[in-house]
Design a protein around this ligand. Structure first.
Ligand SMILES: Nc1ncnc2c1ncn2[C@@H]1O[C@H](COP(=O)(O)OP(=O)(O)OP(=O)(O)O)[C@@H](O)[C@H]1O
Length: 230
């Protein structure tokens, strides 16, 4: 589960500071997808970066499975991120030289020694996830041999390699047409249910919002409305 309590985040802006996130609180429960939406520059990506423990907020708590990430030292925060959080970034950052399957198994090699699975278990997990995202027959292909939608599926599978309890997804449909975008949202909803992740999904694509379990609207860094659609 992820709970953000009264998050405020500012960035330096000349002699002053710009407030990117202004006292936002939200909770995402296991098995649910919460949409985060708002105009460009409203603070969506900043809020997601705070949730991902990539940026420490000026104030507020980031509770990941009841651990307050803002109280951890950088090494502890990295461990928490690796073990408990899966992140799908806006830009696909697949490694060009690796096959789809290797994009997943390499996650295990990058993890902390004590949290690594053995190679056979990591390979088995990669196969399960490739199947879950509908690409079990594409595991040998490199990113340039895959379509945009397929690459996004690999991104999602990779984020799930370490069995995270929290899944954070930034604009997963922005590079896709409506139909492919909708099928990526279907996939995220299904995997959230099957793997019981607490999922936050940033999107400016309003068409997808009615399918989320909850929606948080942000304008100028501030929470303006939340409606439960489930
Ligand atoms: N690293 C940074 N340094 C300074 N200001 C920043 C930084 N990152 C974001 N901001 C500012 O914080 C505010 C929120 O930006 P953010 O990227 O979170 O918005 P967003 O809602 O994700 O926008 P978009 O939909 O265009 O991606 C903006 O005013 C932006 O200019």
């Amino acid at each position: 589960m992820i709970r953000l309590n009264n998050i405020t985040l500012t960035f330096p802006d000349g002699d002053t500071r710009v407030t990117a996130v202004d006292n936002i609180s939200l909770t995402a429960h296991p098995g649910t997808v919460t949409g985060i939406t708002g105009p460009s520059g409203s603070g969506k990506s900043s809020l997601l970066a705070v949730a991902a423990t990539l940026i420490r907020p000026d104030s507020g708590q980031v509770l990941i499975d009841d651990i307050d990430a803002t109280q951890l030292n950088p090494r502890e925060a990295t461990d928490l991120r690796r073990n408990n959080i899966g992140i799908v970034f806006q830009q696909s950052n697949l490694v060009p030289a690796l096959t789809a399957r290797e994009q997943l198994t390499v996650m295990n090699e990058l993890g902390a020694q004590h949290s690594r699975r053995n190679r056979a278990k990591a390979a088995a997990r990669a196969d399960v996830l490739l199947d879950a995202v509908g690409l079990s027959d594409q595991g040998g292909k490199r990113p340039h041999q895959l379509s945009g939608g397929q690459r996004q599926r690999i991104n999602i599978a990779r984020a799930l390699m370490n069995d995270p309890s929290v899944l954070l997804v930034d604009e997963p449909t922005s590079a896709l047409d409506q139909e492919r975008g909708a099928s990526i949202i279907d996939l995220i909803l299904r995997l959230t249910d099957e793997l019981n992740t607490s999922t936050l999904l940033v999107t400016h694509d309003l068409v997808h919002l009615p399918r989320m379990h909850g929606v948080v609207h942000i304008v100028d860094g501030r929470f303006v409305d939340a409606l439960a659609t489930a």
